[in-house]
Write a protein that binds this ligand. Structure first.
Ligand SMILES: Cc1cc2nc3c(=O)[nH]c(=O)nc-3n(C[C@H](O)[C@H](O)[C@H](O)COP(=O)(O)OP(=O)(O)OC[C@H]3O[C@@H](n4cnc5c(N)ncnc54)[C@H](O)[C@@H]3O)c2cc1C
Length: 273
């Protein structure tokens, strides 16, 4: 039987970023990332447009409050506003941290990270790496997994959670290449298995976004939250689902409804409360 202190199922941006952070906090821990794809083939590699943070490299007037307002408004006021506050306050440090890890962001002429507008943004705050931001970040995170000694099990498919006395103790996985089955014990198990866009006929998600982590969790009797929130890109090509980057709206393209109406962005209030 294989044993680790921490097992993270999922080698996309969520799983790899979590693994790096845990390894930084306590280098003595034995940490493993398991992915049914190679980590750099995770859906995250397809993210194009960028990552929002109020670095103010292009737009001095931007604030985390404006970013928070845009995010809450963009969610039709359904988002968890405490979580939005953490996200938008911490985003600049997160981007700088990624840069220090080695992520090759696009640059302004003076060398600072470039920023552009995105649909729904009241200021130019999207940091990007040309049209392959997810690719740039994921490759660097996977390189950092090796740097911090995180064990990678790529092309291992997790099929089941092991529960003892209502506590998760590990997972069962099999190797896609040869069908070998292994039981892995761990003190902590984290699922970062991505979305389930593939249940829809038309989706911009990759073929691996089948929601098996969510299904496994539900079968184990654990609750799932906010399952109705699935992102659909308004500029996906029908019927194949290929994405026309959201950056097109930031650069001036209009999004209109079937009536030909365009919805106009509203500016954030002067003071966020
Ligand atoms: C075309 C497109 C463009 C996008 N552009 C942007 C953008 O510009 N900016 C932005 O912020 N977001 C963007 N997004 C959204 C973003 O890509 C996702 O929200 C993000 O990548 C999800 O990361 P994740 O780590 O949660 O999941 P994923 O990247 O999907 O990773 C899931 C991981 O879990 C593994 N896995 C799943 N099931 C199992 C199993 N049973 N056993 C073992 N491993 C398993 C997979 O192999 C994979 O490694 C975009 C999305 C799309 C579709």
């Amino acid at each position: 039987m294989i044993e680790h202190d921490v097992i993270i199922v999922g080698g996309g941006l969520a799983g790899t970023r979590a693994a790096v952070e845990i390894a930084k906090i306590d280098p003595r821990l034995s940490i493993a990332v398991v992915a049914k794809t190679h980590p750099i083939r995770s859906h995250s590699v397809a993210a194009q447009g960028g990552i929002a943070a109020t670095l103010k490299n292009v737009d001095d007037a931007d604030t985390w409050e404006a970013h928070a307002f845009d995010t809450v408004k963009g969610s039709d006021y359904l988002s968890d506003q405490d979580a939005v506050e953490i996200l938008t306050r911490e985003a600049p440090d997160v981007v700088i941290d990624l840069e220090h890890m080695g992520v090759l962001f696009s640059r302004l002429l003076d060398g600072r990270i470039a920023q552009r507008a995105f649909g729904g943004h009241s200021h130019k705050r999207t940091c990007y790496a040309a049209d392959k931001t997810g690719h740039a970040i994921l490759h660097e995170l996977v390189a950092n997994l090796r740097r911090y000694g995180v064990q990678i099990y790529d092309e291992w498919y997790v099929t089941r959670l092991i529960l003892e006395e209502d506590e998760v103790k590990g997972v069962v996985m099999y190797h896609l290449l040869d069908g070998r089955v292994e039981v892995v014990r761990a003190k902590a198990v984290m699922f970062a298995t991505g979305g389930y866009g593939r249940v829809y006929n038309t989706t911009s998600n990759d073929f691996a976004s089948t929601g098996d982590g969510l299904a496994m969790t539900a079968i184990a009797g654990l609750p799932l939250e906010d399952m109705e929130f699935v992102q659909f890109h308004p500029t996906g090509l029908y019927p194949v689902g290929v994405l026309i980057s959201e950056a097109v709206r930031g650069e001036g393209a209009y999004l209109i409804n079937v009536e030909g109406d365009r919805s106009w962005p509203t500016m954030p209030p002067a003071k966020w409360s």
